[in-house]
Write a protein that binds this ligand. Sequence first.
Ligand SMILES: Cc1ncc(COP(=O)(O)O)c(C=O)c1O
Length: 456
Amino acid sequence: MEPTVGAQNERGMEGDGRKQHSASYTAASGTVAAGGAGPAATAVGGGDGRHALVPLEDFPVLNRTMRGKPVAYLDNGATSLTPRRVIEAEADYYRELSANIHRGVYQLSEEATERFDRARRLLAEFVGAESENQVIFTRGTTESINLVGYAWGRNRLKPGDEILTTELEHHSNIVVWQEVARETGAALRFIPVDPETTALQVDRLDEVLSSRTKLVAITGMSNVTGYRPPLRRIIEAAHQVGARVLVDGAQLVSHHPVDVSSLGADFLAWSGHKMCGPTGIGALYGKADVLDEMPPFHYGGDMITRVYRDHATYADPPQKFEAGTPNIGGAIALGEAVEYLTNVGMERIAAHERALTAYAFEQLSRFPDITIYGGTDIQDRAGIVSFGLGDVHSHDTGMILDGEGVAVRAGFHCAQPLMRLLGIIGTVRAGFYLYNTAEDVDRLVASLDKVREIFG
Ligand SMILES: Cc1ncc(COP(=O)(O)O)c(C=O)c1O
């Protein structure tokens, strides 16, 4: 089932306190006029943020309530909701096949293999890989980065070498490199960040990038402020000094079109659960020559060609990096998620989120007690809004919003170095996706009054 453009998208009127969309939104001005849900307010939107891009019925969680209220799900930076067809794809694998892949000489195994291999092809196309053999299934971004750290970093780096990263990174893209640096004697360096905007000071790249730099490990999109570094410029500069570049695509791949071949990144890591897929499945893209040179990450079945008493020979990528039985159902369901997002269109999703972000910036900026971290310049920032309300702890705000049916993230978002740079201990974070609407933003903003009532 494809997302049915033009279908109704009310959250249901079943007498359980759930409401229709009630705001009418003008993307250009970023203003919302209050009003009932007329015909336009129930149509699937065209990417202006006014209406969801898909029928909300596609997402079973949006048909339930939270604390007795309709769910305004704004924790997309952490994980996205799962569409029915993705849930069904995973269930179908267990219901209809349940067989292992690659080894079976019977129909169930062959069909499972076909579905698994198809998912890899879909993922490869989705990120613009030259070949499906460059896409390795992993448990997610964290494991993908660890794979590069262990198989590439630990074998390649030595004292005198440098790994360049940023203080914007999720802990997954810092802690791995701290450990690789400790083990190899390489040094860890950081591209300076402007604390006002959280933008990288790329004009100061020369101060930290040199022929000693062997790897640049950089986020494609901050999970705290939604800021997107100028990747192409950084990748070109890194290649000029002979460094490899790993892009943490956990947020980027789920919210923006990505063409890794034209971007030129050597590695791209991402997670299925942030792009409408299941948890526990994700991927690593690698350039063919780097993957060929790299030793395996894990050892065991499925990654070998021959095994003798005292040694073994290894399969070519991607099998070389996929020891053991993989998450077959998860991979198949992730392929389904890729098709779902592709049918909607990543450009449209990005435009929709940009409009919602602009609207959220505008609405939140009306209140002098709100601080929006990273500023409100929409140019290189979208999809995520991080803010603080007076001196109220983000967890208190998050808990009061929960009582209003509004799901946000509160805390340091696995980005303590960035929190330190901003001089704070945490933020309230709202992240948008294809099923969010201006009404979700309105509910967030209105619910903040409750926080003021209690803490004011
Ligand atoms: C930018 C970024 N990198 C890495 C991760 C880690 O992803 P996972 O927990 O799926 O491995 C996240 C998750 O929030 C993220 O936002």
